[in-house]
Design a binder for this molecule. Structure first.
Ligand code: ZN
Ligand code: ZN
Length: 340
């Protein structure tokens, strides 16, 4: 930081991650605006959305953006207008970083739908870097007794999984199906099981199925297999539209399917009688509110939710994203800052 620059990963041009358009560069250390915190990154989780930003599945909002929105860091500076944060305290930086606060959605408590919302690692540089910034109003305070690496994936994977679980409207003691069992699903499963749900996991990876059973799932089978009993609720975590009818068929009458991803391949045509009739519901999940985040972090602390993590040094972020794409690990990858 001596010369005012830092190392950071930059999406020089969106494209396949294995072709090397996510590159380590030098950038100026960001200067926090009046209402922002400067955070020294200690760990940053690797989210599938980072892959979508890198590969151009999502439109470019900031050329050369630095991905990363599951940041556990420490306060390294603050704008003149910020009060109430102690120097060096641990800070969480998540996906949602700006809403206008005044639109109809914000006013009714649905700030996740704000048309003027902005996101870390997409509209603004994120945590694949030595330093990042966050508006103080969107920063999370973090529980003291959880290590950085175990905490990082809670900040997006965990929060989104939690919102998806709420959107799936699982009745108390209900039967929940999880399609896909990566970073988000394995955290969501822990909350659901702690709250008394019976969880069935449908996923293609043998390792992921083993992890599901270790975490207390009642069954684990292939992504396209039928669960052993009809489901009250299901959540589709895999970004695969062809699983939508599969999951809808697995629902009991009146069941709800929530689609957790920000990106989904096209769904095949739906068959009304077997996939939608009997008041089955299909819902999407868009980002989260700050309240979702605070609620999940507090439940995670109460239930002892822990991410199963795979560490990579921050200097190998592109390799971590490539491994995520290829499905080479279960749970969640976390980058640990080896640059500072
Ligand atoms: Zn708004
Ligand atoms: Zn994310």
């Amino acid at each position: 930081m001596a010369d005012g620059t830092m190392r950071a990963w930059s999406v020089v041009r969106p494209g396949p991650v294995e072709e090397g358009y996510l590159r380590p560069v030098r950038k100026p250390v960001p200067v926090p605006a009046d209402d922002e915190l400067l955070v020294r990154v200690r760990a940053c989780g690797v989210c599938r959305t980072d892959l979508h930003v890198t590969e151009g599945d999502l439109p470019v909002h900031r050329p050369g953006v630095t991905p990363g929105h599951e940041v556990v860091g420490e306060l390294a500076g603050a704008g003149a207008g910020v009060r109430g944060f102690e120097a060096g305290c641990r800070i969480g930086v998540a996906w949602l970083r700006h809403t206008d606060g005044g639109c109809a959605y914000c006013v009714r408590g649905a700030e996740n739908l704000c048309p003027r919302s902005e996101y870390t690692g997409w509209h603004a540089d994120g945590g694949y870097a030595e330093y990042t910034t966050v508006p103080a109003a969107f920063a999370y305070r973090l529980p003291k007794d959880v290590p950085d690496v175990a905490l990082a994936p809670l900040l997006c994977a965990g929060i989104i999984g939690h919102r998806a679980l709420r959107r799936a409207a699982l009745p108390p003691g209900g039967r929940l199906g999880l399609y896909g069992f990566g970073g988000s699903a394995h955290l969501c499963a822990q909350v659901a099981i702690a709250e008394g749900a019976t969880v069935h996991v449908m996923t293609r990876g043998a390792h992921a199925r083993r992890l599901a059973l270790e975490l207390g799932a009642a069954s684990a089978q292939d992504a396209y297999a039928e669960p052993p009993e009809p489901l009250d609720s299901a959540i589709l975590f895999a970004p695969a539209g062809e699983l939508v009818p599969v999951a809808l068929r697995a629902l009991d009458r009146g069941g709800v399917l929530a689609i957790a991803g920000i990106h989904l391949t096209d769904t095949p045509p739906l068959h009304y009688e077997t996939e939608l009739f009997h008041e089955k519901q299909l819902r999407s999940v868009a980002s989260n509110t700050r309240e979702d985040g605070r609620e999940f972090l507090s439940l995670a602390a109460r239930y002892g939710v822990r991410a199963t993590t795979h560490r990579y040094p921050l200097s190998r972020a592109a390799e971590a994203l490539g491994d995520l794409k290829a499905g080479r690990f279960d749970g969640a990858a976390v980058l640990v800052n080896d640059w500072t």
